[in-house]
Design a protein around this ligand. Structure first.
Ligand code: GLC
Length: 779
């Protein structure tokens, strides 16, 4: 009908030419240094450069104003005082730290970073930094033929992201999760490039919808955003591990999680009543299948109102939680951000009266539909709201709860756009701005509110938080599960590169729904998935309403026994896992790693999707196909010992490995060590014996590692209540020498010694511990 009016000649209806025109930053006009920041005026915009360390440089382009250097939600450190040598030539400026050089050509303004040997790190060519009139900002960077890309947070598809393009916009995607499904729940606008065995990283700290394109053109890649500044950091590496340490130096590392959160989690949407939960817990105990956590999905609440229990379904939550804890099991309830619009509901009343909810600029509360029906959403961008929300968690901690599961925090809304109106005006700690700008950090800030609130209420105990949505830095507050996957073999396959890339993006504590969330799982898939899950950082079996139940006993004795065995193995490996989580909390290195992280010179590892490592010395090669009992396994440099058979395999070779349904191929690097505990019972999960399995090599190996332990649930370690052993293992054909180089901390574990098990000791090899022929390390 409108076609009969002037609308027929509406300017928006004109055919666009298709060519996108960017305005280049142009020529450098002048520059000055203020404190440790350089400000550059260019023909068409302004640039600021800050050296955070001598290996980390930040670049900010603002087309309108002087670049704004504050307000990041991700970055938690200030630049260090870095000594810079500056040279100003006719055509070029150079800024050198001890480790890198930044070159700027003046006309046009182009910026390139090199290492001290002149290797290119990040460079610009014909195109550099630019923008469009609609506010889009873009950076063009040179792409080399042998560049491989990793990270980007939670993405479907393969490990190596070369030839792909990705968007960052936190999205609730129930279905499908295909290789091309993008974006998903998390936005981590960060990647690492591997070129000729050397690595560097880029973090684009822009919270608008953003895009990374390594696909459209073969000689350059771009990163761009719908609005905001072109604000990015370059991490010079040069090893993959160094890149990650640099990235997590500025965005933070995971706090040491409570040990119980590293155990097995059982979940279902939903275990709907107290009886059902009790029955479930009883089953685990009677069957001696380990479980640390039972999750309560949305049915526990009264009409899906957060901070309530449905008293018909759960008449006495406090007693339920206490009884389960007595059995060695903790309860983690789901908490979504949507607060039901209900004038008789105290949280809603408080939220309205105290102005805790997101509003439009005109003052109206934003309402959207989620599980409870029409709901309001706390404005987590405001300190006052974060505090309020955090305080509310007293409801849970008073019941004995120590962990929270945050879901739907993209935020997800049941409407066409799947989220909140982008025009909503967030308070943003005194610098109001739109949801369009802050959408991607809503989940991160909900995580902050929840983590900090729980920490305060738990009086010295470590909280656990699980989240679906997040932004760079989410690792500071939460572990991440990868959302609504399905019981497909393809989803088991895809989960490995996804979790490995999350690990390369600073998020060390992650995992998918084991068994698959939607769709009906089956015995073989669940069994194979449980074998993998036993060694992924986060280990939770979760399934959806309307689909088959998938607890470990649902598919007969044979499969139950296998799954029980692997879940118990998880606990036997706990000393090893916990030491790796300790390392992650100190360095940002992931617990689960792609092989390229340890073998960056080996091109065969660059897109190895179906194998992964725990730490630096163990490779897992699970079966990821139905009806398959043989698979190719690539082993990099070194000698590798299969964990259960003790068979030795040569490195830099692909082997055909046989694995029946009860077998998961695990290869330990010869000459290294793994720490092993034991499974006791659900009630008492603390190992009374810990051993050090030393893989005796006769090839002249030298290995160092750190063993860490503490009470597993409080912050007492901050005051010295921990035990840390820095151990060196030197093995050759005559001896295996194990030296404790340093022992720190004063924690007294339940075991008083560490037994040494030497695997593959050859005749003539002496075992020498701290200079003596011995079998134990006394603590
Ligand atoms: C979302 C979550 C899922 C949860 C369900 C009900 O789909 O991703 O894990 O079970 O909501 O709360």
């Amino acid at each position: 009908m409108l076609e009969d009016t002037s609308f027929a000649i509406h300017p928006g209806k004109e055919q666009q030419s298709g060519a996108v025109v960017y305005r280049d930053i142009g020529r450098l006009l002048n520059y000055e240094a203020k404190e440790n920041t350089y400000f550059f005026n260019c023909e068409n915009g302004n640039v600021a450069i800050q050296f955070f360390t001598d290996l980390i440089v930040r670049i900010v382009m603002n087309q309108h104003h002087e670049p704004k250097l504050t307000g990041s939600k991700a970055v938690i450190v200030d630049p260090e005082l870095v000594s810079i040598e500056e040279t100003n030539g006719n055509e070029k400026l150079t800024f050198s730290t001890e480790k890198i050089e930044l070159h700027i050509t003046k006309n046009p303004f182009r910026l390139s970073v090199y290492d001290k040997d002149g290797h290119e790190i990040v460079t610009e060519g014909k195109r550099g930094m630019a923008y469009r009139e609609n506010g889009e900002v873009i950076s063009f960077k040179t792409m080399h033929e042998d560049d491989h890309f990793y990270g980007f947070g939670e993405k479907a598809g393969h490990l190596d992201k070369r030839g792909e393009s990705y968007e960052m916009w936190n999205s609730d995607v129930y279905a499908p999760h295909n290789p091309e499904t993008d974006p998903l729940y998390e936005s981590i606008p960060y990647f690492m490039t591997l070129r000729d065995g050397k690595a560097h990283g880029v973090f684009f700290d822009n919270t608008f919808r953003s895009k990374f394109d390594m696909k459209t053109t073969s000689n350059y890649y771009t990163f761009s955003a719908e609005g905001g500044q072109l604000d990015y950091y370059i991490f010079a590496g040069p090893e993959p591990k160094a890149v990650l340490e640099q990235y997590t130096h500025i965005t933070g590392r995971i706090p040491l999680p409570p040990k119980w959160s590293l155990g097995y989690h059982q979940s279902r949407y939903s275990y709907e009543t107290e009886e059902e939960v009790r029955e479930l817990a009883k089953n685990f105990v009677e069957k001696d299948i380990p479980v640390d956590v039972i999750h309560l999905d949305i049915h526990y609440m009264n009409g899906y109102r957060v901070f309530t229990f449905d008293k018909e379904r759960f008449p006495n939550p406090e007693k339920l939680i206490a009884d389960l804890k007595e059995m060695g099991i903790r309860v983690v309830p789901i908490v979504d951000p949507g607060v039901k619009k209900d004038s008789e509901y105290h949280i809603y009343q408080e939220g309205v009266r105290q102005e805790q909810f997101c509003k439009y600029i005109e003052g109206e509360i934003y309402f959207g539909e989620v599980w409870p029906g029409i709901s309001a959403f706390p404005d987590f961008t405001d300190e006052k709201v974060r505090k309020w929300w955090g305080e509310k968690h007293e409801f849970y901690t008073n019941l004995g709860i120590e962990g929270i599961w945050n879901d739907m925090n993209e935020p997800a809304v049941f409407n066409e756009t799947k989220t909140m109106d982008v025009n909503v005006m967030h308070r943003n700690d005194g610098e109001p701005t739109t949801h369009r700008e802050l959408h991607n950090v809503y989940g991160l800030l909900m995580g902050q509110a929840t983590y900090e609130g729980m920490k305060e209420k738990l009086n010295g105990k470590r909280p656990f938080l699980l989240t679906r949505a997040g932004y760079a830095g989410v690792q500071r507050y939460a572990s991440v599960w990868t959302g609504d996957n399905r019981s497909f073999w393809e989803h088991l396959q895809m989960s490995l590169p996804m979790v490995m890339n999350l690990g390369l993006s600073g998020v060390a504590f992650t995992g998918p729904d084991v068994g698959g969330f939607a769709h009906d799982t089956n015995a073989e898939l669940l069994t194979r998935w449980t074998q993998v899950g036993a060694f992924t950082p986060f280990f939770r079996n979760h399934s959806a309403i309307g689909f088959r139940y998938q607890e470990p006993w649902q598919f007969g004795d044979k499969h139950e026994d296998i799954m029980k065995n692997y879940i118990q193995m998880r606990y036997e490996w706990m000393p090893q896992l916990y030491s790796l989580f300790y390392e992650a909390s100190k360095t940002g290195l992931p617990v689960m790693r792609p092989l390229l992280m340890e073998f960056p010179m080996d091109a065969k590892t660059y897109n190895l999707n179906d194998q992964f490592m725990l730490g630096d010395n163990v490779i897992f090669a699970p079966i990821l196909q139905p009806s398959v009992t043989d698979r190719a396994v690539y082993l990099p440099k070194g000698e590798w010992v299969e964990f259960s058979t003790g068979e030795v395999y040569e490195g830099e070779k692909t082997h055909l490995i046989h694995a029946e349904i009860d077998e998961l191929p695990i290869f330990v690097k010869n000459g290294t060590v793994i720490m092993q505990g034991e499974w006791n019972s659900n009630k008492d999960k603390t190992p009374k014996h810990v051993s050090m399995n030393v893989y005796a090599s006769s090839q002249g190996e030298n290995y160092c590692f750190t063993y860490y332990d503490d009470d597993g649930e409080t912050f007492a370690y901050e005051g010295g209540a921990f035990i840390e052993l820095d151990v060196e293992v030197v093995s050759n054909e005559n001896s295996v020498k194990i030296n404790v180089l340093e022992q720190k901390g004063d924690f007294k574990p339940a075991y008083q010694e560490i037994n040494i098990n030497v695997v593959g000791q050859s005749e003539g090899q002496d075992i020498i511990i701290n200079g003596e022929k011995n079998k134990t390390i006394q603590l």
